[in-house]
Write a protein that binds this ligand. Structure first.
Ligand SMILES: NC(=O)c1ccc[n+]([C@@H]2O[C@H](COP(=O)([O-])OP(=O)(O)OC[C@H]3O[C@@H](n4cnc5c(N)ncnc54)[C@H](O)[C@@H]3O)[C@@H](O)[C@H]2O)c1
Length: 684
């Protein structure tokens, strides 16, 4: 057996290099949101295991002192976060030049990690949660420091392996390989469920990365504003009969959630020129959005919310109203007073419905937190009852003409889990989908993803406003607004981006683009870096994209050939991006819809102005998008077939997509009906 002395000697990258003495426990600042206690379900043996697991990062001289402290954290918060190692003060993504490192990528990733934990950006910064209630950068503060040390040591011949928040080590690769390969929350099939995952997380061996939290590409709520804007705008065009060149003027959108991503809803409805009422139970989140100017008014009274909304609708004025209260109460009022809602959705964190993601009706946010802390046995029933009522109200409004869509938060699945099987198309289980559509099934899938339009994004690593302004202009010059209505929307978006004051945290921008658009813009940016017009840029995307995510309840909800329950596309996207030399690749379980419900992946590419990076852009960006379009085309999605036919013509001799022949529906139906009749008559 090796002694701890030998083990310490065998490592040159370790936590103790940062400290001479055990650091003091830093104070928790007032007013910083804290994650609720996670469910503690470990037995005695597992509790011992969790402690031993956490102490793997800690030099033995501190074990006596830290073991009881870690045990306290585990028992009171359900996880060991290692609060003592939290850097004191406000974490912020600083200009890349202020970070130490042996290569630009190692320094750039530190900017991204710190931005994901910025107090103005992160949902629960002390618990390393960036967004989506449970989406963590890594599991604990020991990992945070160690990752940074590894990133400082990382050179162009090495790859850092990130295993659910744990830096496994640096291994030799090549300048053409990714500098970091990340996985989060992946589970072996028969254990791929929330219960087993919760145990693994409490043991400190699995991390819920959401999408861009654990993939280090979160850029604040702006990242989701463009998608939300496109979704509600196109929902209006598709479902309310608004013309393709018009916006949501005079229309009412109602939803819930002003958190990490949901906080984008107010801003998005305002940019789309509509009227929005967003319910939120946590006043601190309303305050954040008010300060940012992402909501314009707050009320606790449903009557006031709907009166102000009606006035603005009449005057064709845009406004985002925060309703401080429960979405179910707001909808009760709308139903009882026969208020016409045009578009309705929900963005509570239903992917973690019993972990605090959904506040049940009749309970304040503070009471919810206390119920979670005390492990109240009836909490689950309260959530289920509230979801069932919520569904009844949605159904009534939909019957009266409201268009309701699931916003990728697993709302419909949560209602099903709460005991409502009539929400399923087949009345039994979700395999054939739900009676209401998800936003991807109805809107984003056919209108955006099938063409390859997705949430392309970048961060100006210099931290300079002028770099962001230059990249905005350069990107705008790459878009032809006359080509399609989607291009016109994207053109307007980037033209007005600065005016709309979307930046929270690092100088970042989101811009929906298709495959060619993304490649053209990336090459242009890299040339600008080369010429010294701007500093280096981190390029990436949300995992919530055409090719990055297999999720039958969301991204792949409009895949109808039966392959919606497979995850080959996301894994190929990830492997293909690694093979083509993206700087960072990530693959996660869960994302916005919870463990076992999705596999999602993303990338990061550092634009350093080199010709090597030009080559990566040329070979990787088209693949990243078109792999997804090709799969969608193979599922017989009409718009993807169009896109693939054009792509095969444009990329003749370079790329080639297999396109499906179409069978005659009537011929197939007749054949199978006859055969089944035959079978039936033989068996009787
Ligand atoms: N916007 C998108 O395109 C998108 C994409 C992916 C996923 N999602 C999903 O949307 C959900 C929200 O994401 P987030 O990052 O904003 O999470 P979040 O946890 O930061 O925000 C959810 C908010 O809902 C509030 N809330 C909970 N129950 C409520 C209730 N009954 N009434 C009113 N408010 C209530 C919470 O207080 C919280 O502020 C997640 O499930 C996420 O996965 C959205």
């Amino acid at each position: 057996m090796h002694s701890n002395k030998e083990i310490s000697k065998a490592m040159t990258i370790k936590l103790e290099d940062l400290y001479d003495d055990l650091p003091e426990m830093p104070p928790f600042a007032e007013g910083i949101r804290r994650a609720p206690a996670r469910r503690f379900t470990l037995d005695r043996q597992d509790t011992e295991l969790a402690l031993k697991n956490a102490l793997r990062y800690i030099p033995p001289k501190w074990h006596q002192q830290l073991a009881p402290e870690f045990l306290d954290e585990l028992l009171s918060r359900g996880r060991i976060y290692g609060y003592r190692f939290r850097p004191p003060g406000h974490i912020k993504g600083r200009p890349v030049d202020e970070y130490r490192g042996s290569c630009i990528e190692g320094r750039a990733f530190q900017v991204m990690i710190d931005n994901n934990l910025d107090f103005d950006v992160a949902l629960y910064p002390y618990e390393l949660v960036t967004y989506g209630e449970t989406g963590q950068v890594c599991q604990n503060w020991m990992q945070y420091h160690l990752i940074k040390k590894y990133l400082q040591a990382l050179n162009q011949e090495q790859t850092l392996v990130m295993d659910s928040g744990h830096p496994l080590g640096l291994f030799t690769s090549s300048p053409h390989a990714p500098r970091v390969i990340i996985t989060n929350g992946l589970m072996v099939g028969c254990f791929d469920d929330p219960q087993n995952w919760n145990r693994a997380a409490a043991l400190g061996v699995s991390n819920y990365g959401q999408m861009t939290a654990g993939g280090w590409m979160y850029i604040g709520p702006q990242g989701i504003v463009h998608g939300t804007y496109s979704t509600i705008l196109n929902a209006g065009r598709d479902k309310l009969g608004i013309a393709a060149d018009q916006n949501l003027s005079g229309r009412l959108f109602v939803s819930s959630g002003l958190g990490g991503m949901s906080g984008a809803q107010g801003k998005a409805v305002e940019i789309a020129n509509g009227v929005g009422i967003i319910a939120e139970v946590d006043y601190s989140r309303i305050e954040t959005r008010l300060k940012q100017g992402w909501v314009n008014r707050v009320t606790e009274e449903p009557a006031e919310a709907f009166t102000v909304a009606a006035e603005c609708q009449q005057q064709k004025k845009s406004i985002a109203i925060a309703f401080y209260g429960n979405i179910v109460d707001l909808l009760e009022y709308a139903v009882n007073h026969k208020i016409k809602i045009d578009l309705l959705s929900d963005q509570t964190s239903c992917h973690a419905v019993y972990e605090g993601g959904y506040c049940p009706q009749g309970v304040s946010f503070e009471e919810r937190t206390e119920l979670l802390r005390s492990g109240h046995a009836g909490f689950r029933e309260m959530v289920d009852a509230s979801l069932r009522r919520h569904y009844e109200l949605v159904k009534t409004l939909a019957d009266r003409g409201t268009y309701f869509f699931d916003y990728g938060n697993s709302f419909l699945k949560a209602v099903f889990d709460a005991g409502v099987s009539e929400i399923c198309k087949n009345g039994k289980n979700p395999i054939d989908g739900f009676v209401f559509q998800s936003y991807v099934e109805d809107i984003m899938g056919p209108i955006l993803f099938d063409y390859g339009y997705g949430p392309f994004r970048w961060v100006c690593l210099s931290g300079k406003d002028e770099d962001l302004a230059k990249t905005d202009r350069a990107a705008m010059e790459c878009i032809d607004p006359e080509r399609r209505f989607q291009d016109r929307d994207n053109y307007v978006w980037i033209r007005d981006a600065q005016k709309n004051k979307l930046v929270v945290g690092t100088k970042a921008r989101i811009l929906y683009q298709d495959a060619m658009g993304r490649m053209t813009i990336a090459l242009k940016f890299n040339a600008m870096v080369r010429k010294g017009e701007i500093g280096p840029v981190m390029l990436g995307r949300d995992h919530h994209d055409t090719g990055g995510t297999d999720s039958p309840f969301r991204e792949t909800a409009n895949i109808k050939d039966g392959s919606n329950i497979t995850a080959d596309m996301a894994v190929h996207c990830y492997a293909g991006n690694a093979a083509r030399g993206m700087s960072l690749v990530a693959l996660h379980n869960g994302g916005g819809v919870g463990i076992g419900n999705a596999i999602n992946g993303g990338f990061g590419l550092v634009l350093d102005g080199s010709e090597r990076v030009d080559a990566v852009i040329r070979r990787a960006i088209l693949w990243d998008v078109m792999g997804g379009v090709a799969r969608r085309a193979w599922a017989r999605n009409e718009n993807s077939i169009d896109t693939s036919i054009q792509y095969n013509q444009m990329r003749k001799g370079a790329d080639h997509i297999t396109i499906p022949y179409k069978a005659d529906d009537k011929m197939i139906e007749k054949l199978v009906t006859e055969k089944f009749k035959d079978k039936k008559s033989k068996s009787t």
